[in-house]
Design a protein around this ligand. Structure first.
Ligand code: ADP
Ligand code: F6P
Length: 333
């Protein structure tokens, strides 16, 4: 263990994600087990600047693993992008004796961690975002719960869509990434899945697909539209006008971020949180925890942020094929 690490801090930042509490719990309990003091920083980088810092013991994280949201609170703190503010935050850490910090959040939060590392505070990132949009890791905490929540909601919309023989556009979250849309779309048998990574804004293709499906007797038509494309309500109006089929838009919104985390989110969050605590105790800094190729590893944050995450074209092609009653030749490359 690195001799200079005595006290660590933990914060959650950016959009909350189910499983963040399991990650906090693991950071706290593993760090205590490593002989360190632990401080919880409330409301992300905003709370750090406002010195909303509390001592944490093993009991402070009791009865939290099953709860959605984050018990530490979170915030978007835009001023944290400023160098002077980052320097001030590093000073605050030092004032409170915080030698190292675990930041649970998405890639924006990682940039804050990177900045603090440059100011002499050891930082470790843990991927907490429902969007699954961090390139260095195959898994981000919250994604599994969010896609299951969305899928259950889509199944419900499907029932009423079929009864009324309507077309439904269901908009799911994901910021600029299409993972939530792709997974929910495949899992709910959607007829069309629109993701920002591939969408060409050719609505005529969708209109043709709806008309063709109606001809072969499909009673509903589900379109999963990613937030990164958005505009579901106006899209519904245009599609209804072009097809003559009643079309409704449902924007699932924040319900996707809430709720009790799935077993998978609790498990990954627990291992990732403990792993972060361990590498911080070893004296590592500017690293982030990843799940890659079936293993928990850590990567340099600079390298992680430089990576680009793309949707596998094979998976996207399959998503289109499976909802169609036509013969299409897609071979695995
Ligand atoms: P996420 O972490 O989920 O990607 P955001 O992109 O909103 O969410 O980032 C969360 C917070 O991280 C921001 O509100 C800000 O405090 C901090 N942050 C984002 N980008 C930067 C940056 N370029 N430099 C420093 N801090 C940043
Ligand atoms: O990053 C998680 C996320 O829910 C995105 O899917 C969405 O674009 C964004 O956060 C919404 O953020 P806010 O809570 O600031 O509206």
């Amino acid at each position: 263990m690195a001799a200079h690490i005595k006290t660590i801090g933990v914060l959650t930042s950016g959009g909350d994600a189910p499983g963040m509490n399991a990650a906090i719990r693991a950071v706290v309990r593993k760090s205590l087990n490593n002989g360190l003091n632990v401080k919880g920083i409330k409301k992300g980088y905003m709370g750090l600047l406002n010195e909303e810092i509390v001592d944490m013991d093993a009991k402070s994280v009791s009865d939290t693993i099953q709860r959605g949201g984050t018990v530490l609170g979170t915030a978007r703190c835009l001023e944290f992008k400023e160098e002077a503010v980052q320097a001030e935050a590093a000073k605050i850490c030092k004032k409170h004796g915080i030698d190292g910090l675990v930041v649970i959040g998405g890639d924006g939060s990682y940039r804050g961690a990177q900045a603090l590392a440059a100011h002499g505070i050891n930082t470790i990132g843990v991927p907490g975002t429902i969007d699954l949009d961090i390139a260095c890791t195959d898994y981000t905490i919250g994604f599994d719960t969010a896609v299951n929540t969305a899928m259950e909601a889509i199944d419900k919309v499907r029932d009423t869509s079929s009864s009324h023989e309507r077309c439904s556009i269901i908009e799911v979250m994901g910021r600029n990434a299409g993972y939530i849309a792709l997974w929910c779309g495949v899992a709910s048998g959607a007829e069309d899945i629109l993701i920002p990574e591939t969408y060409d804004y050719n609505e005529q293709m969708i209109v043709n697909n709806i008309i063709d499906n109606r001809k072969i007797g499909k009673t509903h038509h589900l379109i999963i539209n990613a937030e990164g494309i958005g505009h579901s309500t106006s899209m519904a109006r245009r599609i209804e006008a072009a097809t003559g089929i009643e079309t409704r838009a449902t924007i699932l919104g924040y319900m996707q971020r809430g709720g009790s985390p799935t077993c998978k989110d609790r498990y990954y969050a627990s291992i990732m949180g403990a792993y972060a605590a361990d590498i911080l105790a070893e004296g590592k800094s500017n690293r982030c925890v990843c799940y890659k190729g079936g293993q928990f590893i850590d990567t340099d944050i600079d390298e992680a942020l430089a990576m680009e995450k793309t949707i596998d074209p094979y998976q996207f092609e399959i998503s289109k094929l499976l909802s169609r009653n036509e013969n299409t030749d897609i071979k695995k490359k």
